[in-house]
Design a protein around this ligand. Structure first.
Ligand code: FER
Length: 293
């Protein structure tokens, strides 16, 4: 495992607004229900109206909402400045970033109040989000923004319960997305913390879904990451370790495969996601300048 490198301090410093992208609220509908996401549009889209960009979808964790990754449209987290700088420096190609939410109104027996407090209930929503993603969100984003509009140019990542959602999208909705960034969370298809308590069965479920969708191992790329001090480590580490034994479905990217595993010194907090996103994005959508310093 290479030594861990935190993001450079300059990534946390906002760029001049004229040099950066924009953040906006995006409203769309899913089966008649009003839905909301934040969308980051890189500056390159303003400069070149003919440009088509890849899209990264980022899902928040339990108790969060669509505002959390960016810190609202005022961008109170480092994510926007980091994207502005990585794109500006050519480390990442201009990318549109969409932060939706798995929270939904109380329908189909789901109580959003309970969802806000219990991770176990959030899992009911993270497990089904792939349907909304494929049916409503991706088409709405592709209509409203200058996207490439192809599976090869879509990534889905998430933190904690958002990582659960990410594994679920790979398992059930993998036909729509090529790149995956689960940050600090395992797959709960079999049980809560199934990556720890039902490791082999959890990995089996994931692969069964991938296979049912007709995907081949070269059709998906996973960058799985958490921290040594993270509460998700005890579940994610055995799960990814087991996936590494499941060739041909998963093989270590160090040996030319489709699965990367990284362990930071970090804990269960968004603060570590900036590092994780900065590592994975250039792998998914490299810019002209290649990897960062
Ligand atoms: C995990 C550890 C913790 C995980 C999720 C959590 C999906 C979430 C906890 C919470 O929201 O309180 O391995 O994987």
């Amino acid at each position: 495992m290479p030594e861990w490198k935190r993001i450079p301090e300059r990534y946390r410093v906002p760029v001049d607004p004229a040099e950066g992208g924009t953040l906006e609220v995006f409203s769309y509908e899913d089966r008649g229900i009003g839905r909301r996401a934040l969308v980051y549009l890189p500056r390159a889209c303003r400069k070149d109206p003919a440009l088509r960009c890849p899209v990264l979808y980022l899902m928040h964790g339990g108790g969060g909402n669509e505002e959390e990754f960016f810190g609202g449209t005022s961008a109170s987290t480092p994510l926007k400045s980091m994207l502005d700088r990585m794109i500006g420096e050519g480390t990442v190609s201009p990318v549109i970033v969409v932060t939706p939410t798995f929270n939904r109104p109380a329908e189909e027996g789901v109580d959003p109040e309970a969802v806000r407090v219990h991770a176990g209930d959030a899992a009911a929503l993270t497990a089904v989000f792939w349907r909304e993603l494929e049916e409503s969100l991706i088409p709405a984003v592709d209509r409203a923004f200058p996207t490439t509009g192809t599976r090869d140019a879509r990534a889905f990542g998430g933190f904690s319960m958002g990582a659960e959602c990410t594994w679920s999208v790979l398992c059930r909705g993998g036909r729509a997305v090529r790149y995956y960034l689960p940050m600090s969370g395992d797959f709960w298809a079999v049980s809560v913390k199934g990556g720890k308590d039902h490791t082999a069965e959890t990995c089996g479920r994931l692969i069964d879904g991938i296979r049912a969708n007709g995907l081949r191992p070269e059709d998906y790329r996973v960058f799985a990451v958490t921290g040594e001090e993270d509460i998700a480590c005890e579940a994610m580490r055995p799960m990814v370790g087991e996936l590494m034994n499941r060739a041909p479905w998963f093989r270590d990217a160090e040996e030319g495969g489709n699965l990367t595993w990284r362990l930071s010194p970090g804990w269960h907090a968004y603060e570590w996601c900036w590092d994780y996103i900065a590592l994975a994005l250039p792998v998914f959508f490299p810019g002209p300048a290649g990897t960062r310093d």
